[in-house]
Design a protein around this ligand. Structure first.
Ligand code: ATP
Length: 198
C-alpha cells in the first residue's frame, strides 16, 4: 500500500513552498486545488454533471468552461456552492486515485489541499502535515504575493478552520514562522516517511 501524506495549512502558511521542497527531494505532489480547477475542463463525467446541474451556459459552445458564470452562481450562495463541491470533490478523488497508481514506484506521495481537514480529504491520506505560521506573517505574505486587501485575506481566512482546530487533526506540524528553519524540518519528515514507506 502506497503511503499517502496530506499537506495543508492556512492561506499564506507556506504549504506550496513546503511541497516544492518535497518535490526537490523527488517526491511527487498532487496539488488538489489546481486539479479541481483543471478537471472541470477535462473530466467528461464531471462536465456532464455540471451541465446537468448548472445548465448549458456552464460551458461555451466550443466546450470551454464558463468559469465566470459558475462563479456568479455559487458566489454568496452556500447551497449552490455545496452542490458544486459535491460534484467536483468526488472527481478530484478519482483523479487522485489514478495519479497514485501512476506513481506506484515512489516511496510515498503527497497531496496538497487547502481544505484537507474541512473537506474530509485527509481520510484518504495515511498521514497529514499541517503548516503553521503567525497570522500577521501569513497576512503579509499573501498581501505581497497577490496584492489583495487585508479584508479580502481575512474573508478567505474565515472560510478555513483555525489552526487551533487543525492542530487536533494533524500528525505532523511544520512551523514556518521564519524563525525556525523550514528545510531541516521537512527533511526530518522525509526521512520518517521513507522509513514508513519502504
Ligand atoms: P495559499 O493557500 O494562499 O496558496 P500557501 O500556504 O500555499 O498559500 P505559499 O504560496 O507557499 O503559501 O507561500 C505564500 C508566500 O509566502 C509565497 O510568496 C512564498 O514564497 C512566501 N513564503 C512562504 N514561506 C516563506 C518563508 N519561510 N520565508 C519567506 N517567504 C516565504
Amino acid at each position: 500500500m502506497m503511503l499517502k501524506v496530506g499537506v495543508t495549512g492556512g492561506i499564506g502558511s507556506g504549504k506550496t513552498t513546503v511541497c516544492k521542497v518535497f518535490e526537490l527531494l523527488g517526491i511527487p505532489v498532487f496539488y488538489a486545488d489546481d486539479v479541481a480547477k483543471s478537471i472541470m475542463q477535462t473530466d467528461p463525467v464531471l462536465k456532464t454533471a455540471l451541465l446537468n446541474t448548472f445548465g448549458e451556459n456552464s460551458y461555451t459552445k466550443d466546450g470551454m468552461l464558463n468559469r465566470a458564470y459558475i462563479s456568479s452562481i455559487v458566489f454568496n450562495d452556500k447551497q449552490e456552492l455545496e452542490k458544486l463541491n459535491s460534484l467536483v470533490h468526488p472527481a478530484v478523488l478519482r483523479a487522485f486515485d489514478n495519479w497514485v497508481l501512476e506513481h506506484h514506484e515512489s516511496p510515498y506521495v503527497i497531496k496538497e489541499a487547502a481544505l484537507l481537514y474541512e473537506s474530509g480529504g485527509f481520510k484518504m491520506c495515511n498521514k497529514s502535515i499541517l503548516v503553521i505560521a503567525p497570522t500577521l506573517i501569513k497576512m503579509n505574505r499573501v498581501k505581497l504575493r497577490d496584492g489583495i486587501s487585508e479584508e479580502d485575506i481575512q474573508l478567505r481566512m474565515n472560510r478555513q478552520f483555525s489552526d487551533e482546530m487543525k492542530i487536533k487533526y494533524a500528525d505532523h506540524i511544520l512551523n514556518n514562522d521564519e524563525k525556525q528553519l523550514l528545510i531541516p524540518q521537512i527533511i526530518q519528515l522525509h526521512q520518517q516517511f521513507l522509513l514508513i514507506g519502504s
